[in-house]
Design a binder for this molecule. Structure first.
Ligand SMILES: Cc1ncc(C[n+]2csc(CCOP(=O)(O)OP(=O)(O)O)c2C)c(N)n1
Ligand code: SF4
Length: 294
């Protein structure tokens, strides 16, 4: 890749792969917002890694010009954490669907949150499994009907925002894929935050979810900027606001700038990135180590 001499623009993060999402899918705007946000932050494609899971949303890593990996279902976060630990100089974005992150990948999601590792996790939340043709996800509302649950889902949906706050994430935000301006600025702020940033994006599946449509979100979402004296550093206020609005809010819900990130605490991380270490073994060092244990 070439190093850019001028300030990057979103066009520098375009490749020649045409997305095969359905026309109108919310994921198009998420891709555009990521490309704008990384350009605004001022990094180049070779300073970015986008790691995704499996799902329609998981294809996103193939559509952005950067380092990237389209991983396995529910495993975007372990891979992304490994990338960040190996090369602290990269800006790392992990992304995937609500099924990827909150069903099969939930164990990894909670531990990445409590670890407060410095990366940005963007979930394209369409309240359904899109790629596998529309089954319920842990984000589907109780009673939500699909071809495989014709009588409606009997479980309750989880709250990614409340879960993130109580699990230890230090940048917790929600946005709507139709609001490209807000989404871009939230992703930008998430990238700049030192710690685990989780951004849940309502990203409608126009093919299989006929309930949570663009119009439905427009009617039901409340922007935190409209609430008088909302303070995103107030954890209790964040939780009570989420409960009062049934989680249907957009904006930065909670931000903690005091808590140290995993990288701040882990021994040796601030030195040279692991990725630039010499891979040759120091034979004397190994010999001495072996002797020590003999
Ligand atoms: C280990 C494993 N289990 C199940 C699947 C099948 N599968 C592929 S994508 C997916 C869910 C997709 O839903 P979501 O993560 O919400 O993404 P979307 O397609 O809605 O963007 C499932 C269950 C798989 N690929 N791998
Ligand atoms: S099936 Fe749904 S989530 Fe998948 S590309 Fe089509 S609209 Fe998007």
């Amino acid at each position: 890749m070439t190093t850019l001499m001028t300030k990057p623009t979103f066009k520098d993060f375009r490749n020649n792969v045409k997305p095969n999402w359905c026309p109108g899918c919310g994921d198009f705007s998420v891709q555009a917002a990521i490309q704008r946000a990384v350009a605004n932050v001022g990094i180049t494609p070779e300073q970015l890694a986008v790691i995704s899971g499996i799902g329609c949303s998981g294809r996103i890593s193939g559509y952005i010009k950067s380092y990237g990996l389209h991983g396995i279902h529910g495993r975007a976060l372990p891979i992304a954490q490994g990338v960040k630990m190996a090369n602290k100089e990269l800006t790392v974005i992990a992304s995937g669907g609500d099924g990827d992150g909150f069903a099969i990948g939930m164990g990894h999601t909670i531990h990445a949150m409590r670890r407060n590792i410095d990366l940005t996790y963007i979930v394209m939340d369409n309240q359904i499994y899109g790629l596998t043709k529309g089954q319920t996800s842990p984000r589907s509302a109780t009673g939500f009907k699909t071809a495989s649950t014709p009588k409606g889902a009997i479980e309750s949906p989880i709250s990614p925002m409340q879960l993130a706050i109580t699990s230890g994430a230090t940048f917790v935000a929600q946005s709507f894929s139709r609001d490209l301006k807000e989404l871009t600025s939230i992703i930008e702020a998430g990238i700049q935050h030192n710690g685990f940033s989780v951004i849940n994006v309502f990203s409608p599946c126009v093919t299989y979810n006929k309930v949570n449509t663009y119009d439905w979100f427009k009617e039901n979402l409340t922007s935190l900027s409209e609430l008088e004296s909302y303070d995103s550093s107030d954890r209790e206020l964040a939780m009570s606001t989420l409960m009062r609005h049934n989680d249907l809010v957009t904006g930065i819900v909670y931000k903690d700038t005091q808590k140290a990130s995993y990288q701040d605490l882990v021994s040796g991380y601030s030195k040279e990135p692991l990725s630039s270490h010499k891979l040759t073994l120091d034979v004397d060092l190994i010999d001495n180590l072996v002797k020590e244990f003999m």
